[in-house]
Design a protein around this ligand. Structure first.
Ligand code: GLY
Ligand code: MN
Ligand code: MN
Length: 440
């Protein structure tokens, strides 16, 4: 793996440099300064929240534990890393840089945040700063010049072979951990116990995951962002929804699976239908496919699933048009993924910015672009039995075409979501998640 990354990295860095050159040239800057950032301090406390290096910083090099460090890019020169290694006997100090990427940087090791800032091209230069708004960054202007960001974000949509290699690795770690979580569920563990099994198999602590895991037993699956962990196992394991990812050098995977408990054949049959639909959507991750059209298509297919399983009696077209499917599938089909789990530029119109609106009536869709080779998106349809949304639906005229007894029967299962990360190529899609499960 390391050898492969080492061989792919020079081309990745060359691409990142070219993109930065272009962003600087088009916006009238001479230097790009990228802060890793610092861990945010808790209010009125001497404790920090976990540190997460800025995605812009992680785009340049696989260094995720470098608070206070900076990258300086000046076109035509080797990139510089100003690396903060404090004199500190209270905390673990970041190790001296090592690895396949080091030879591509000029590295200056500094001991304080102030010394790091002193190494940067000064305020009198035409510098573009990408840094979080943190007073502790020694007075440097917090910056995100939008014109620079627009160009960099646009190009981040197109993953390099090096990035795809890391995203495959993040998927492999995630698939291995999902297998362990399923075993813990089958063994009757609590949500907390399942979560611990997941972390152990991923070899990670919570703060190292790309997002807060959702580990939901039974009706908890109906809470879309259920990030609570019951410490006590329920009496009966009827169903299990887990949405949990992994991190490889700052790249994310985002994976959801839903399982039925033993003997829960009706629920398993619904899972099978959602999975068949999900695979058919993943197969459409092809160059030229409009993502919002795929999202609307998903509503029609899921309406068919609801009808086939006896929840609704109306035609799929009318279930979509009247918002019935939106009550059972109330989120978007997916989103771009990469350095951030919900990656940038999902709505961006072009390199210089602009925004493509969501289709009317679909307020939670996070991706309105047309797919192109190099993009990676999630495909995550779901069907849920959410009290609040069903109560609203019950008050409407369409309620007469819904089998409420059947709906009630399924409420204790919570819901279903199945989520894969899929790369668009020039030909067949590459399903990073399915490939990873096949190897796990
Ligand atoms: N885990 C967050 C999401 O699926 O978008
Ligand atoms: Mn997702
Ligand atoms: Mn997810």
């Amino acid at each position: 793996m390391i050898d492969r990354l080492a061989s792919l990295y020079p081309q990745h860095l060359a691409t990142v440099r070219e993109r930065a050159d272009k962003a600087l040239a088009l916006t009238g800057h001479d230097h790009l300064l990228i802060a890793a950032g610092l861990p945010p301090r808790k209010f009125l406390d001497d404790q920090d929240y976990p540190f997460v290096a800025s995605p812009h910083f992680r785009h340049w090099l696989p260094l995720t534990d470098a608070p206070g460090s900076w990258i300086v890019h000046t076109p035509g020169q080797r990139p510089r890393l100003v690396f903060l290694q404090p004199r500190d006997y209270w905390h673990v100090v970041p190790e001296a840089p090592s690895g396949y990427w080091v030879e591509h940087f000029d590295i200056a090791v500094v001991r304080t945040v102030e010394e790091a800032v002193a190494q940067l091209p000064g305020a009198q230069t035409r510098r573009a700063v990408i840094a979080p708004d943190q007073p502790a960054l020694a007075g440097i202007e917090a910056g995100h010049p939008q014109d620079v960001l627009d160009i960099l974000h646009w190009h981040r949509s197109y993953k390099t072979p090096y990035e795809l290699a890391l995203m495959r690795e993040a998927s492999r770690i995630g698939a291995r951990a999902h297998r362990a979580a399923e075993q813990a569920f089958r063994a009757g563990a609590s949500e907390l116990g399942i979560h611990q099994a997941y972390l152990a198999a991923a070899g990670a602590i919570d703060a190292e995951l790309p997002y807060a895991s959702i580990v939901a037993l039974n009706q908890h699956g109906a809470v879309l962002h259920y990030t609570h962990f019951d410490h006590v196992a329920p009496d009966y394991h009827r169903s299990f929804l887990i949405d949990a990812g992994a991190n490889a050098c700052g790249y994310a995977s985002d994976i959801t699976r839903t399982y039925a408990g033993r003997g829960e054949d009706q629920f398993q049959s619904l899972i099978d239908s959602v999975e068949a639909a999900q695979l058919s959507f993943a197969a459409k991750v092809r160059a030229g496919q409009s993502y919002p059209e795929l999202h609307i298509h998903a509503h029609h297919v899921l309406a068919g699933v609801l009808r086939e399983h006896g929840f609704i009696r109306m035609e799929p077209e009318s279930a979509v048009a009247t918002g019935v499917t939106a009550a059972f599938f109330p989120h978007g089909l997916g989103h771009p993924i990469g350095l951030q789990v919900h990656d940038v530029a999902g709505f961006q119109q072009g390199e210089r910015g602009g925004s493509i609106p969501r289709p009317a009536g679909h307020p939670y869709l996070r991706m309105t672009r047309t797919l192109e080779p190099g993009m990676v998106v999630t495909i995550e349809p779901g069907l849920y039995f959410i009290d609040m949304l069903l109560a609203e639906l019950r008050e409407r005229p369409v309620a007469k075409d819904i089998d409420w007894e059947r709906v009630e029967l399924f409420k204790p299962y919570g819901g279903i979501r199945i989520e894969d990360d899929v790369a668009c190529t020039g030909g067949e899609p590459e399903n990073l998640t399915r490939d990873a499960f096949a190897q796990a």
